[in-house]
Design a binder for this molecule. Structure first.
Ligand code: MOS
Length: 750
């Protein structure tokens, strides 16, 4: 089916790279308009309660201030009767800025200052005083665990646990080896480099051009039109460049609402950019508590898997993610019971953060697997190999492909796993204990729906357009490569236009589905262009392609030719000239194949191997080596693909050792809302990371063989690090992040 590849599969440098490194790629708030106003948000200083009064006088008389908005004077929005449907909607009531006197979470916007300059808005905002009647905030997931409930309205049916199979409790009780423990993971906050921000440019005719940091320009456009009752023809949302997002940009944030509200109210262009601090008051990876119980027979074959997960949500929405279901399909087991609940906290609604659910759930499962390996007395990798399953037992479906054995084999070999001495604390150099740990990762290989348009010009140039987003993942580049391949041109001859709501329809960029989905749409559009080209070629006099079908032709060196005989063909420029066309443009579509998905599940898989060194006296952990072996179908671009996995591994190291939203549970307020005190891995924390892609052919997960790479890189990393720490120190730390105080708390090498 696929010809010899000339561009797809090559490590092409990202085509948007030069724009980014020269500063000519303009992000959401790097646009301007004459007479633009600037907005600044005043965040609440309580986590729950009521606003008694907002004192705005001083701010209003501050030089340059145009208007101060509070819940008392906010212009009406269509909110309640809006027909708008968030693509990433949650059951409950989405947060509506400045709606009333209720405070639902720390940092909630309680006032919004608009001024002639950013500085004036910021300084005036500091003059606003708010009187509150605070309530008692509940923000500790461990304390609220007993109030957890099964979400009454599922966000997605597949997030709900599969029906229990077998009799997990009885099997657990009968098995010779078992482990059962609680795992706690603290809440994490997305920290993309680009802050959330919106620039609203008001056209002379009242049209709005909105530059917005989002993972879905069309979702934001629909939000603006729905909430403010605007004509969709008169609102364009652009997100040509997005400086990271990790899922935080899936849903519109209050900056968009406030910017558009003020722009319409004041009839001026507007800019609103959040501070780094405000980024901590938004969606977050929910804190969670999980109980995982595993049992095995004498050879390590799993006899029972029980996984009970509870994670946080807000008072106003039931955020949900698939935390625990992975435990029912990762390994072969006939006795499985999965339970899933959420618990309300007085915090902002959590949101999807890179591998939402899987990153947390597989941390617990894969740590528990390591514990089980020690209980049985076999190598942790061997335990996984013995329990390999090529079937999705949750859904009782076959799996499209699962080259996980190759991940185990190639990853272990590259890492040198075979020379591991199993005894904890057995590898030491001076003051450092060395530990080797491993874990597996899974993520869904999904497709969503998308359209793309491809235009072929007479001179052979090609343009690709789609509303798709590139959040730093490489979307521009891989779409360019697919088009270049189809038309046999260098990627430099392709112009990729994405990141705007007025381009062909695409869903939000998330779930690792963009390459498979938009890539397929581009390929289908290219095929449609070639078919149209062939139709025109057939109409030419003495056409050598008169009897050819679309399956029999391809483009080679600027000519439409017979696949089997490149001599027989017509130059593209001649076809266009004869048809009197300057270009040919066609639209292609992509969607999940329901017939395939009825029979198959599709997942990406990984095996992660980690070496840590733990300072015996200081408890400091360094992750000195990581090998991540990934099976993700066809790799369109090994360079951007590797970057995705590298980023995921770094984020996983952060999950293991660093990232933790610290809340003062007495006040319910976030204490470390900056990246000085909220730790993420810095350069000094990151050493050798090696990424391997194992060979995996899959024609079912997506028509172009792609499975997606945005999320799999993080999954399993935190567990592998914790398992390595156990191997180094003999200490099992089940509270993430594993900070040095936890390592020092009890004796190393018991
Ligand atoms: Mo992803 S967490 O679906 O952006």
């Amino acid at each position: 089916m696929l010809h010899h590849s000339k561009v797809v599969g090559l490590p092409v440098s990202r085509i948007d790279g030069p724009l980014k490194v020269t500063g000519t790629a303009h992000y959401a708030t790097e646009h301007a308009a004459p007479g633009m106003l600037y907005g600044y948000v005043v965040p609440a200083t309580i986590a729950t309660g009521r606003i008694l009064a907002v004192h705005t006088h001083e701010a209003e008389s501050f030089p340059g201030v145009v208007k101060v908005y509070t819940h008392e004077n906010r212009p009406k929005a269509a909110f309640r009767d809006a027909k708008w449907k968030d693509e990433v909607a949650l059951p409950g009531h989405p947060f509506r800025p400045l709606e009333n006197d209720r405070v639902l979470f720390d940092g909630q916007p309680v006032a919004f200052v608009v001024a002639e300059s950013f500085e004036a808005a910021r300084d005036a905002a500091a003059l606003i005083r708010v009187d509150y009647a605070p309530g008692e905030a509940k923000t500790d997931i461990c304390a609220e665990r007993h109030n957890a409930y099964v979400p009454p309205v599922p966000r997605m049916p597949q997030f709900m646990p599969p029906k229990p199979r077998g009799d997990a409790e009885t099997a657990f009780g009968l098995a010779p080896h078992s482990v059962s423990n609680d795992y706690v993971i603290k809440g994490e906050h997305h920290n993309p480099m680009e802050l959330f921000g919106t620039t609203v440019i008001l056209g002379r005719d009242g049209d709005l051009t909105i530059h917005e940091k989002t993972q879905g320009s069309q979702n934001s456009q629909a939000y603006v039109c729905g909430v403010f009752g605007l004509d969709p023809e008169r609102v364009v949302v652009r997100n040509r460049f997005v400086g990271g997002a990790f899922g935080q940009g899936l849903r519109p944030k209050h900056n968009l609402f406030l910017a558009v509200m003020a722009s319409l109210d004041l009839n001026r262009s507007m800019k609103v950019e959040m501070s780094r601090r405000e980024m901590f008051y938004l969606t977050w990876r929910p804190s969670c508590v999980q109980t995982v119980s595993l049992a095995a027979d004498g050879e390590g074959h799993l006899q029972a898997v029980l996984h009970h997960a509870v994670h946080a949500t807000s008072r106003h929405e039931d955020y949900q993610e698939n935390v625990a279901n992975w435990s029912g399909l990762a390994y072969a087991c006939d006795n499985v019971k999965i339970e899933y609940e959420i618990a309300k906290l007085d915090m902002a609604t959590p949101g999807d953060m890179r591998a939402p659910g899987a990153a947390s759930g597989l941390t617990a499962l894969e740590a528990a697997m390591d514990e089980l390996a020690y209980a049985v007395g076999i190598d942790p990798l061997e335990l996984r190999i013995r329990n390999f399953v090529h079937r999705d037992q949750n859904q009782d479906k076959d799996i499209t492909s699962k080259a996980l054995h190759a991940c185990y084999r190639e990853g272990a070999e590259r890492f040198g796993w075979a020379s591991r001495s199993p005894e904890p604390g057995s590898m030491r150099e001076g003051n450092e204990l060395i530990g080797w740990g491993m874990a597996g990762g899974i993520w869904e290989a999904q497709m969503s729906q998308a359209e793309a348009r491809v235009r072929l010009f007479a001179d052979g140039r090609v343009t690709v357009s789609a509303a798709a987003s590139d959040i730093g993942t490489g979307t521009y580049t891989i779409l360019g490569q697919l088009a270049a391949e189809a038309f046999d041109i260098p990627v430099e001859r392709v112009t990729v236009a994405i990141g705007a709501s007025d381009l062909p329809k695409t869903g939000v960029e998330g779930g690792s589905w963009t390459a498979a989905t938009s890539g397929t749409a581009v390929q289908n559009a290219a095929k449609a262009v070639i078919k149209t080209l062939l139709d025109h070629a057939k109409n030419m006099e003495n056409s050598p392609l008169a009897d050819a079908s679309e399956e029999q032709v391809e483009i080679s060196e600027g000519r439409l030719v017979l696949e089997t005989n490149h001599q027989a063909g017509v130059a593209i420029s001649d076809i266009m000239a004869s048809a009197g066309l300057p270009f040919i443009a066609e639209t292609g579509k992509a969607a999940p194949d329901k017939a395939i998905m009825a029979k198959f599940s599709a997942y990406t898989h990984s095996a992660v191997f980690v070496e840590v060194r733990v300072d015996v006296e200081l408890g400091v952990v360094s992750v000195t080596r990581v090998v991540s072996a990934v099976a993700a179908g066809r790799i369109l671009n090994p360079k951007t693909a590797r970057s995705q996995i590298l980023g995921g591994v770094v984020m996983g190291i952060g999950m293991a050792l660093h990232e933790e939203g610290m809340i003062d549970h007495r006040s319910g307020r976030i204490m470390n809302h900056n990246i000085a005190e909220y730790h993420i891995p810095a350069h000094a924390d990151i050493h050798d990371i090696e990424v391997l892609f194992v060979e995996e052919d899959d024609d079912k997960a997506s028509p172009i063989g792609v499975k997606g790479l945005g999320e799999i890189g993080i999954v399993g990393v935190a567990a592998a690090v914790s398992n390595a720490i156990f191997h180094a120190t003999g200490k099992r730390i089940r509270h993430f992040p594993i900070t040095l105080d936890k390592i020092l708390e009890s004796e190393i090498n018991p």
